[in-house]
Design a binder for this molecule. Structure first.
Ligand code: ATP
Ligand code: LTN
Length: 328
């Protein structure tokens, strides 16, 4: 059994992009691997969060993990901030990082572009993510395409630690879906679908009511022409919708193209909305039940206890190797 770790920020409403790019693989991997799935609240505060919202969104993300099919008896589900070793190893990973390599991170560049003042938390976000992964000596990290570069940095930091202090960390591998690793915005297929986009029409939230989903899909930008053809270079908008269709209807891209040959965008979009709703509706029913039951708190407590047992051991070993005087 390998170790698997991943996390999602409680920085807004989870989207269909989070579900297709990351959560579906969490659900799959829990059957064969030892899994750690966190709500990464420490990462979320790299941009200012309103306290009441952060609290609500944190609980919502945890409940959505369970609603999407993560079984808390199989996988550990918990809050990043409940396992203190993350923050402490995060600092250690920051000291192993170079300014130059952090400056090259695309996510940092995008999130700081055009801002007058940029929080230092955004800059040291990637070494904290490296700590999340390495504190469990993880083998596999299921993520969407946008996290590839952070994974590369994690691998570099693990290697750097090993060469300074002796072989210790495993070098983790990303686990990225073949189709759907980058679901794009509904209003602009050059940007990824993101829960922190200020325009809610740009994303499908997992908790959007079915009629809102139908409306958002009917208003989604399409390319000129009317052919339902997967060609990301010349038809980026419709290709994105085809990827979503393919995931939600469990059909290959070719099958989707064949079904709508000669029919234009109208019928395609209508059916797409129904396929998305059919994936999201049962998830929402599970979600409502979990929130009502209040059981999420016990799940998070147990997850954090199990995770801390592993993480604390790694942290103690890392500190010993680095020459920290052990507490007596
Ligand atoms: P934010 O926009 O607030 O930075 P986000 O929506 O990108 O957040 P994260 O919490 O950063 O979400 O990402 C959680 C996981 O979901 C990551 O593995 C990420 O790669 C994946 N993911 C996020 N957006 C998409 C997307 N549009 N397509 C595929 N995967 C995605
Ligand atoms: N940076 C990730 C969230 C994240 C993460 C992790 C993902 C924080 N720690 C550890 C995988 C493993 C993002 O999706 N923005």
């Amino acid at each position: 059994m390998g170790r698997v770790l991943s996390g999602i920020q409680p920085s807004g409403q989870l989207t269909l992009g989070n579900y297709i790019g990351a959560m579906q693989n969490y659900v799959k991997l829990q059957h064969t691997e030892e899994c750690y799935f966190m709500v990464v609240d420490l990462h979320a505060i790299s941009v200012a969060q309103e306290p009441a919202k952060l609290r609500e969104q944190s609980e919502a993300v945890a409940a959505l993990f369970i609603a999407a099919g993560i079984d808390p008896l199989k996988a550990n589900v918990y809050m990043q901030s409940h396992v203190r070793a993350h923050a402490e190893l995060g600092w250690i990973m920051t000291t192993l990082s170079n300014m130059g390599e952090l400056e090259r991170m695309t996510q940092f560049k995008e999130k700081s572009a055009g801002k007058e003042s940029v929080g230092a938390g955004l800059f040291v976000y990637p070494p904290l993510m490296a700590a999340d992964i390495l504190v469990y000596n993880s083998d596999l990290v299921p993520v969407g395409d946008d996290q590839k570069q952070h994974l590369e940095l994690t691998r570099d930091l693990a290697g750097r630690f090993n060469s300074r202090y002796g072989e210790y960390f495993k070098i983790p591998e990303p686990y990225i879906p073949k189709v759907g690793a980058r679901i794009m915005s509904l209003d602009d297929a050059s940007k990824k679908m993101s829960k922190s986009n200020p325009n809610p029409g740009s994303y499908i939230a997992l908790l959007d009511p079915p009629d809102v989903i139908r409306k958002k899909i009917s208003r989604a930008t399409t390319d000129s022409g009317r052919e339902v053809k997967f060609d990301p270079a010349s038809k980026p908008e419709i290709s994105n919708l085809i990827s979503i269709y393919s995931h939600c209807a469990n059909m290959s891209v070719q099958e989707v193209e064949a079904r709508y040959e000669g029919q234009g965008y109208g019928p395609f979009k209508k059916d797409l909305a129904e396929h998305v709703v059919s994936v999201i509706e049962p998830l929402q029913a599970n979600y409502n039940e979990i929130r009502k039951s209040g059981e999420i708190h016990a799940i998070l407590k147990q997850g954090a206890e199990r995770a801390a047992a592993v993480a604390d051991r790694t942290l103690a070993e890392v500190k010993e190797r680095m020459g920290f005087l052990p507490p007596q």
